[in-house]
Design a protein around this ligand. Structure first.
Ligand code: NDP
Length: 259
């Protein structure tokens, strides 16, 4: 590690000396993941698209707990912009160790009413967004012969969901992307996994009507929504040394919803 990097990285923690990029980390599940990785000592690049102020607050929170990081704006659906963000990370820190593709959106509608724009926007953000970061960063992971890529899929991608043809297709696509990239990178010590949350309490699910929420809650054996921290603790584990023999897996964090 270069001398200036010794000053940048915190001294202690399982992920000390590692650089993590978390997309869509200004709020929701991404925010909790960024805090969890920062808390384990990683330098966290907190990506945002529209939530710049909130991303800066996340960085402040990481710093206040003794960690380090910075906020970087980039629309993950933009291939060229992801290339610039990736180059900037490598130029500044010389490495990338952990990539968490968390950015995601919904545009729910029944398939017979779904517009082409609703379909394209969700696929471009959720699925192509993950391809974009992996495409630009995988060469560095290969060179380092160590890495963790964690893609946020969904129980909707595993089981399908009425009203979410676009979203479920994007999340099922992420599972195929995860397994294919896992096979390509496994020989170089890079683990690639997908985490599938069920029904978590974030701004994404607060948009749902009370009736829909009641129906979903009825399908969860544990009888409650999950929290962003429930997802973050699994992601932090998958990012660490203890998960070095786990790759190509889809792990549900869903209170038993998909079993
Ligand atoms: P939120 O709606 O609370 O947050 C979405 C995040 O995605 C925001 O940080 C947003 O950034 C970011 N984002 C959206 N579009 C872009 C883009 N083009 N470029 C960069 N960032 C973008 O969602 P959650 O926290 O609930 O969800 C996080 C992930 O978990 C998503 O992939 C979601 O599909 C998945 N998930 C969530 C579930 C849930 O129940 N909540 C269930 C299953 C999966 P900004 O605000 O800066 O635009």
């Amino acid at each position: 590690m270069e001398e200036n990097q010794e000053k940048i990285f915190p001294a202690e923690g399982e992920l000390s000396g590692k650089v993590a990029l978390v997309t869509g980390a200004g709020r929701g599940i991404g925010r909790s993941i960024a805090l969890a990785l920062g808390g384990k000592g990683a330098l966290v690049v907190v990506n945002y698209n529209g939530s710049g102020e909130r991303a800066l607050e996340v960085v402040e929170e990481i710093r206040s707990r003794g960690g380090s990081g910075e906020a970087v704006g980039c629309d993950v659906s933009d291939f060229e912009a992801c290339g610039r963000m990736s180059e900037e990370i490598i130029r500044k820190y010389g490495r990338i160790d952990i990539l968490v593709n968390n950015a995601g959106i919904t545009r729910d509608n029944l398939v017979m009413r779904m517009s082409e724009a609703e379909y394209d926007l969700v696929l471009d953000t959720n699925l192509k967004g993950a391809f974009n970061t992996i495409r630009h960063l995988s060469r560095y992971f290969l060179k380092q012969r160590w890495g963790r890529i964690i893609n946020l899929t969904s129980v909707s991608g595993v089981a399908g969901n009425a009203g979410q043809a676009n979203y479920a297709a994007s999340k099922a696509g992420l599972i195929g992307l995860t397994k294919s990239v896992a096979k390509e990178l496994a020989g170089r010590g890079v683990c690639v996994n997908a985490v599938a949350p069920g029904f978590m309490d974030t701004e994404m699910t607060r948009k749902l009507t009370d009736r829909v929420r009641e129906n979903i809650l009825g399908a969860i054996p544990m009888g409650r929504m999950g929290s962003p921290e429930d997802v973050a603790s699994l992601v932090a584990f998958l990012a660490g040394a203890g998960a070095g023999y786990i790759t190509g897996q889809v792990i549900c964090v869903d209170g038993g919803m998909a079993m």
